[in-house]
Design a protein around this ligand. Structure first.
Ligand code: FES
Ligand code: FE
Length: 438
């Protein structure tokens, strides 16, 4: 309609057009500018412990294989046969040295190499050079504290550079006791929502008292609208954002809610400022741009039960402009004992994931926001992300990035939309550009 992206998204003013959440043309452009360019979470190393382990995953919006080959090397490929494109692995998980395509039977080794072709004699001398038709590997693969990320873009910065100052905070979440492992298998489900409504929600503390009020009524959350408002919002890098309850004087919990034997390990793996931050934190949420999140939470899971912490990793994979596939993992400290592991697992499944009390509330909101953005009248209007535009940066914050006191503020979302605009117009985010819309 003659509108350019800068007219639709104005992070500096905290105004975002509803069009970007459902428009098919914008969705198409996101495929080229975001999903072909960014770094995407694939899975955790602990999910492929044995040589030959194969998991079917996504890299951006492309189907992928997450593999530990027979020599123990982690590899990620497009899950698509080089002949006609059939998926070479159609199960969630397998352990195998070879993957045989179910269509015409081309077979690949778990290193990606095309090793055998049915009726190969029928190909003339130069018709099929097998060495040129192995599975397509991702352009770059990176691992940080066991988190495996990949990108389809040869020109992408290294993962290290991409994560930048976010690594400081990922240390606290992923390495506080020397390493985490995935427990169980991830839960995967789909919802009728534009993917950005979900990503927008992960550092949103503003909705907790209201959207999850049934938990307040059940006595599973404090009856105080301010209870989620005492933390700090941090823009680590443009688009890489988080919330910590560090610095909250009134919180009943500390040290991420972990038992004494686990919190005693912090000084072994974190520096003094990080230990202090972890000690002062009851819960935390963060987003590695664009669609990967953590939630480190305390909950009772059931009325009357003691509060137990868990670490939930999340990913939203768009399926269409108005449909999104959600992935949800539970991680527990490798050093945790069996009793804590069980309590943490039970609390997680009752609160998050498709059957979780919190997720059901959230999904209802994301789906409704999507439906109301489809009509021609709604699409002419913006959504409001202006909370805290005038809040000064907290210069006393000991960690990297820009920090803002108080958990109620939309600084982090504005930074996410600034990164969205940069990718959509320039093809990538600037390593050191930390304008969170100011
Ligand atoms: Fe895989 Fe033909 S599509 S062998
Ligand atoms: Fe929520």
């Amino acid at each position: 309609d003659g509108e350019c992206l800068e007219d639709l998204v104005k992070p500096g003013d905290g105004l975002v057009s509803r069009r970007i959440f459902t428009d098919a043309e914008i969705y198409e452009l996101e495929q080229k500018r975001i999903f072909a360019k960014g770094w995407f979470f694939v899975g955790h190393e602990s999910e492929v412990p044995e040589p030959g382990d194969v998991l079917t995953r996504m890299v951006g919006t492309d189907p992928a294989l997450f593999v530990r080959d027979d020599d123990g090397v982690i590899r990620v490929f497009l899950n698509s046969c080089r002949h006609r494109g059939m998926r070479v692995c159609r199960t969630d998980r397998a352990n195998t040295s070879f993957l045989r395509c179910p269509y015409h039977g081309w077979a690949y080794k778990n290193t990606g190499e095309l090793v055998s072709v049915q009726a190969e004699d029928f190909y003339g001398p130069d018709e099929l050079r097998k060495a040129d038709f192995g599975l397509i590997p991702v352009a770059r693969l990176g691992i940080h504290h066991g988190l495996v990320f990949a990108t389809w873009d040869e020109q992408a910065p290294s993962l290290d550079e991409y994560l930048g100052d976010m690594k400081y905070y990922l240390d606290i979440i992923m390495n506080r006791t020397g390493g985490m492992r995935v427990v169980g298998t991830p839960q995967v489900w789909e919802a009728e929502t534009g993917w950005k409504f979900a990503t927008d929600n992960f550092t949103d503390n503003f909705h907790v008292y209201f959207a999850h009020h049934s938990l307040v009524e059940l006595g599973m959350l404090p009856n105080d609208p301010d209870f989620a408002g005492h933390g700090t919002l941090v823009v680590a890098e443009e688009g890489h954002i988080l919330h910590l309850t560090a610095g909250a004087p009134t919180h009943a919990f500390e040290s991420l809610g972990l038992p004494d034997e686990l919190r005693a390990k912090f000084p072994e793996f974190l520096d003094a400022d990080q230990v202090e931050m972890a000690k002062n934190t009851a819960y935390s949420a963060g987003t590695v741009w664009p669609n990967f999140h953590w939630l480190q939470l305390m909950s009772s899971g059931t009325l009357g039960q003691p509060d137990v912490p868990f670490l939930n990793l999340r990913l939203e994979v768009p399926v269409s402009p108005t449909r999104t596939r959600m992935w949800s993992w539970l991680l527990i400290d490798e050093a945790a004992d069996a009793e804590f592991t069980k309590a943490s697992y039970e609390t997680y499944v009752r609160t998050f994931g498709p059957a979780g009390i919190y997720d059901q509330d959230d999904m209802e909101n994301w789906e409704d926001c999507t439906r109301t953005s489809l009509g021609p009248a709604a699409r002419r209007h913006t959504l409001h992300h202006r909370m805290g535009l005038g809040t000064p940066v907290d210069e006393t914050w000991p960690g990297p990035g820009k920090a803002y006191r108080g958990s109620y503020g939309e600084h982090t979302q504005r930074s996410w939309y600034a990164a969205w605009l940069r990718f959509m117009t320039e093809g990538r985010a600037g390593r050191k550009s930390q304008e969170d819309g100011r």
